[in-house]
Every structure is written in structure tokens, then in C-alpha cells.
Design a protein around this ligand. Structure first.
Ligand SMILES: [Zn+2]
Length: 490
């Protein structure tokens, strides 16, 4: 069997005030054909899975570009078309193939393209024709569209948020596509809309049990794969919504029945699936009242993983005003401040201005007398099996607060973020992480409690107040009343 595998994705925040350009891909995950490392990455998880299958089955694997950009504002037309066409040219050169598998985020929006994945899958189908197995592994924060389903044979979304199952889902995708190419299965995809849009934390009930039941349904009664596309609430497109995707082995009636019943279940969970958010002062009050610690405060609104700048200073500024000490904060994106710390050197004392640069929602820059307490070149952190680069990092300490400054815009995944530069988060009273939920796997085990903060920011939790223009209505929580559950494909 000849397989072609590549990856292209980002999660576009149409409300973020800075664009995603090719440089954003090149500095987040950028692996030209044949250069992907052995460890899993977001963009390369299907490639890592395919390498394993190819080696074991004596198949031919042709590798394409695998790349992903840290989420930001709308992707430039030039960036999308350049990267898409590069991968499609690689596919043409690899022909004939039996199987095409992609990593795609599923929520990439470019100038002129509200559904980048639907566009790229359709162009892929044009190249390979019918009879070739085509599919993609998606982030669960995807906009599942009928166009994507029409062009692909199999789509599989992550089930876990935090996304700790990227490699398992990639393996599932490759195995299903190989079975399709062999003619062992005939996948039929069904898509149902729940009528709602929700942030869904799969670590909490009732969703935890639902996800476990979805997994248990697979491989039985002709059901091949069950995915819940949560949707990404900060991407304003017509297909924005929480949707259920069921792949059966040519059992369309069973697929439709299951997709609709799961959609009804998810709709009934509305209002129970997101974290509870506290204002900054209330969050600090709760943290200071905790006799144990460390208390982990999640600054969701400035999560770079949702397209925020990652340079907001609201939490630090308020802590300085209140005289809160024993606190560590990270990551804070400020490449100029990182450069300044490297120039000053380890142990240097200086008056540093940092943060608060990208937009009004970033707050004001902080001016603080600090000591440079840690420096690390090309550091990284982990989300499950995936290794994510942090670039150059600098730790500063001033007025009882430690801050990890990063040269690359990213969110907090694991305590390596702090330990790389000599800060032990378990020894701090309060740890502020810029992240919505991915921090949970790495930080919850060392926390006495986790508190979600609703500070100002580009990804503030109250998305229902954003000025949507394209999303189809009615949809909870924008519209009240019973959600409209309907079959979109199947
Ligand atoms: Zn996601």
C-alpha cells in the first residue's frame, strides 16, 4: 500500500486583532517532508502513526509537510494557499497512492476561506479521485462541515480535553483508512448538530462518562468511530456549533440514530460542561484563603492556544497592587523582554518593562525591578505525548512574584514551563497559568485546588457577548428555548 501523510492546521480566532501568517507556522510546528522527529507533535501525530504501520506492514509511506501555527487571528490568504498548494503538490508527486491522511485542526479560517479543511479535502479528492481512502485527524475544537464529510472517507476528532489522546486518535485514523483502502470496511459518516455551542471540559462529569461511553460504542454494531466536535466559539463561521460525528461500516440508519441520540444527550448537558469562572479579586481571595497550596489559577482569557496574545498583565498588576507574594506566573509572551534578560545575564538586576503590548485587552505594560533568576535556550514542555517548543525563556523575580517570559507565543501545558528556568511551581503559594484547560494534566496533580479566572482578554469566557455575524441561529446560549437538534449529513 502507498500512503501519503501530511499536516496543516491552526485554530483561527476571528476576533483576535493580529493575523496568522506563514511565520506563525514556521515557528510553532514546521516539519518539511522527511524532517519530522520520532516523537509525536500536533501536526505530525498521523505521520508518527503511519510510520509505525508502514514499518510493520512493509508499506510505502510518502511524507509531506507537517505544520501547525499557534492560534491567532484570521490566516492570511497567502499563507493558507501557499501551504495548502505545497502539500497538494507533494501529493501529486506521490501519486498513485491508496491512502491520504492529514492532521488538520478543523477550525482554520483564512481570508476567502471559511472552511479551509473542506477546501483542502475537496482539492485532495479531485487529485486522487474516488477509490482512494482520504481522511483527517481533527482537534475536537473543530467546525465539522458537510463539505469536509463529502470529500473524506473518515474523520476522527480527539476525544479528550486536555488533548492527551492525539496519538491514539491518529492511530485510529490510519487503521480505519488502511482498512478502507483494503476494502475491509466501507465507512459512512453521519453528522448531527446539537443546536448548542459550548466549551466542554472532558475531565468533569457529566461529560467524562459520555466520552467513555462514546469510546465503548466503537468497534461494536457496525460503529467504527464516534466524535464530538465541540466547535471553537471564537471562530465566527456559519458552521460554528457543537456537533456529533458517527462513522459506521455502511450502516447509515444506525449512524443517524446514534448521532441524533448523542446530540440530544449533549444538548441536555448545556450549562454544565464549562468551568466556573471567578473575577480576578475573587480568585485571589479564594487562593489566599487556602491554607495549603499551591493554588493554580487558570487565566483562560489570555490563552494563546485560543488565539489570545499571551501577554496580558491584569493578573500580575492586581497581585502587585495587593502585595501578593509567593506567586509564579507563566507563560508571558514578550520576546523583547526575553532578549533583554539574556543580554543582562543570569543574576542581573534591572528595571524591566514587560507584557501589555499587543492590544487594549493585554492591559498596561508592567515596570518592575527584577532579578533574572533563570535562562533557558530552546526550552520545551509537554502535553501528553506531544512535545511543544517554548523557544528561549527567561525567569524574572520581583516584589515576591516569579514570571516566566517566553520568546514564542504559547500556553501553559506542563510544569516544565517553570522548571526549565529553575522555578518549582509546587513550592509557590499561587501559580497563575495562561491556559484554558490543557494545563490540567500537568498542573492539577500538584495543586491544592484549581481556580478558573475570568479576567479581561481576547478569549474571555463569556463568548456569548461577542459580535457574531456568520454563525447560524438559533443556537444556545445565544437563543433560549429547546435546542434545534438536526441531522446535517446522513
Ligand atoms: Zn483544541
Amino acid at each position: 500500500m502507498r500512503m501519503f501523510v501530511a499536516g496543516l492546521g491552526t485554530e483561527t480566532n476571528t476576533f483576535a486583532p493580529f493575523p496568522t501568517a506563514e511565520q506563525g507556522f514556521r515557528e510553532t510546528e514546521w516539519f518539511p517532508a522527511g524532517t519530522h522527529p520520532e516523537h509525536a507533535t500536533f501536526a505530525g501525530a498521523p505521520l508518527v502513526a503511519a510510520r509505525d504501520r508502514a514499518a510493520r506492514g512493509n508499506h510505502v509511506l510518502i511524507e509531506g509537510l507537517c505544520t501547525m501555527a499557534e492560534p491567532a487571528g484570521i490566516t492570511t490568504r497567502a499563507a493558507y494557499e501557499t501551504l495548502r498548494d505545497r502539500i497538494l503538490d507533494e501529493l501529486r508527486a506521490a501519486m498513485p497512492v491508496d491512502l491520504v491522511a492529514y492532521y488538520m485542526h478543523g477550525a482554520m479560517i483564512a481570508e476567502g476561506y471559511d472552511d479551509c479543511e473542506g477546501d483542502m479535502l475537496a482539492r485532495t479528492r479531485e487529485i486522487v479521485g474516488a477509490g482512494v481512502a482520504v481522511g483527517a485527524a481533527l482537534d475536537l475544537h473543530c467546525h465539522l462541515t458537510p463539505q469536509m464529510l463529502e470529500a473524506a472517507d473518515v474523520l476522527v476528532a480527539y476525544k479528550e480535553y486536555p488533548h492527551t489522546d492525539i496519538l491514539e486518535r491518529a492511530e485510529e485514523l490510519i487503521d480505519l483508512l488502511m482498512a478502507t483502502a483494503r476494502g475491509d470496511i466501507r465507512p459512512v459518516m453521519t453528522l448531527a448538530d446539537t443546536g448548542i455551542l459550548a466549551m466542554i471540559h472532558t475531565t468533569m462529569e457529566p461529560v467524562r462518562s459520555l466520552v467513555d461511553r462514546m469510546s465503548a460504542m466503537e468497534g461494536r454494531d457496525g460503529v467504527l468511530s464516534v466524535s464530538l466536535g465541540h466547535g471553537f466559539p471564537w471562530g465566527d463561521v456559519a458552521d460554528l456549533g457543537t456537533r456529533v460525528l458517527v462513522v459506521t461500516d455502511n450502516r447509515p440508519a444506525r449512524g443517524a440514530e446514534l448521532a441524533l441520540s448523542l446530540a440530544r444527550e449533549v444538548a441536555a448537558m448545556r450549562g454544565t460542561t464549562d468551568a466556573q469562572y471567578h473575577a480576578i479579586d475573587a480568585a485571589y481571595d479564594l487562593a489566599l484563603a487556602d491554607p495549603h497550596g499551591p493554588v493554580v489559577l487558570a487565566d483562560k482569557a489570555d490563552n494563546a492556544g485560543g488565539g489570545a496574545p499571551g501577554d496580558s498583565t491584569w493578573m500580575i498588576a492586581r497581585a502587585l497592587e495587593r502585595g501578593i507574594t509567593g506567586m509564579a506566573v507563566g507563560p508571558l509572551w514578550d520576546p523583547v523582554a526575553v532578549r533583554t534578560c539574556f543580554d543582562a545575564g543570569l543574576g542581573a538586576r534591572l528595571a524591566l518593562r514587560f507584557g501589555g503590548k499587543m492590544c487594549p485587552l493585554s492591559g498596561q505594560p508592567v515596570d518592575l525591578d527584577v532579578t533574572v533568576t533563570g535562562l533557558a535556550r530552546d526550552a520545551h514542555q509537554f502535553l501528553g505525548p506531544a512535545r511543544a517548543d517554548l523557544g528561549d525563556c527567561a525567569a524574572i523575580h520581583g516584589s515576591g512574584i516569579d514570571v516566566v517570559l517566553t520568546a514564542i507565543r504559547t500556553q501553559a501545558y506542563s510544569p516544565h514551563l517553570f522548571r526549565n528556568v529553575g522555578i518549582e511551581p509546587a513550592e509557590r503559594r499561587i501559580v497563575v497559568v495562561k491556559s484554558t484547560q490543557h494545563f490540567h494534566t500537568g498542573f492539577a496533580p500538584l495543586a491544592s485546588q484549581v481556580i478558573h479566572v475570568g479576567a479581561p482578554g481576547v478569549v474571555a469566557p463569556d463568548f456569548e457577548n461577542l459580535p457574531f455575524t456568520k454563525m447560524q441561529r438559533p443556537r444556545w446560549p445565544f437563543d433560549q428555548g429547546e435546542p434545534e437538534i438536526r441531522l446535517l449529513v446522513g
